[in-house]
Design a protein around this ligand. Structure first.
Ligand code: C5P
Length: 238
């Protein structure tokens, strides 16, 4: 496999073509943004952690029957993935109230839900990724009804697997964002990343935040928090 031209540069990753049409290389950066790009910064070493953590978690999910884009970790920051067309939806699963949910509905952060929730937002930077429901998504042609059903099924299954996984690491999976893509033959698979950038992870005992909220909220200790969750994940998988 040979890495070819850069196709895309996002806020946290770059994507490169390869000499094989169905494969891409993703390269993780240390750049961090929040609030739709209004806050910018660097989390030293984040690219290395997110690359490795996302790969370990996707390989774990594959074993549990969830199809993902993960193919092979190439080096510290780069991973070979299946080429997909990303569905322009952010899929958010929540187990406890936090973040935009707490703000929007006036529910105190940390309030546990009686069952996990799912929400979709329209991946569109110009519009600030507005919330939308599945009917909007189908009506706008962002996904078919069948694709939405598949996404919901996978998202809740991923939640059950990851909630249990992180619990064994002494971490509460508060909420997280997923993105799905379609391969050339139309199969829906999990894409993008699963990392402290895209999940809220709290220490089970102290409820300390071990994720990107440390950066978003200027809490300090962001690098240490990322390193700590990575350490716990590695220890658990050993
Ligand atoms: O901000 P909000 O409470 O809606 O975020 C819910 C979850 O989705 C958090 O874990 C956050 O890290 C993740 N998220 C993300 N990318 C976004 C928006 C939210 O990874 N653009």
């Amino acid at each position: 496999m040979e890495k070819r031209e850069q196709l895309y540069e996002g806020k946290a990753k770059k994507v490169y073509a390869t000499d094989q049409p169905e494969l891409l290389v993703v390269s993780y950066k240390d750049d961090a943004t929040a609030f739709n790009g209004l806050k910018k910064g660097t989390i030293e070493g984040k690219g290395v952690i997110n690359n490795h953590m996302s790969n370990r978690l996707m390989a774990y999910l594959e074993k549990k029957g969830i199809p993902t884009h993960f193919v092979e970790e190439l080096n510290e920051r780069e991973t070979l993935v299946k080429k997909v067309t990303i569905l322009p939806l952010e899929v958010i699963i929540r187990n406890l109230a936090a973040g935009s949910f707490s703000k929007r509905y006036g529910v105190e952060e940390g309030t546990a839900f009686s069952m996990p929730t799912i929400e979709f937002s329209y991946k569109n930077d110009d519009l600030g990724d507005p919330l939308l429901n599945s009917y909007h998504a189908v009506a706008m042609g962002l996904a078919t009804q069948e694709e939405i059903e598949t996404i919901k099924k996978y998202a809740f299954a991923i939640n059950e697997e990851l909630k249990a996984f992180w619990a064994d690491c002494g971490v509460i999976l508060v909420d997280f964002k997923l993105e799905f893509g379609k391969t050339a033959d139309g199969t829906v698979i999990l894409a993008d990343e699963i990392s402290p950038d895209t999940c809220r992870l709290w220490d089970s005992q102290t409820k300390e935040k071990l994720d990107k909220d440390r950066f978003r909220r200027d809490l300090g200790g962001t690098e240490d928090a990322y390193a700590e969750v990575m350490r716990r994940l590695e220890e658990h998988l050993r």
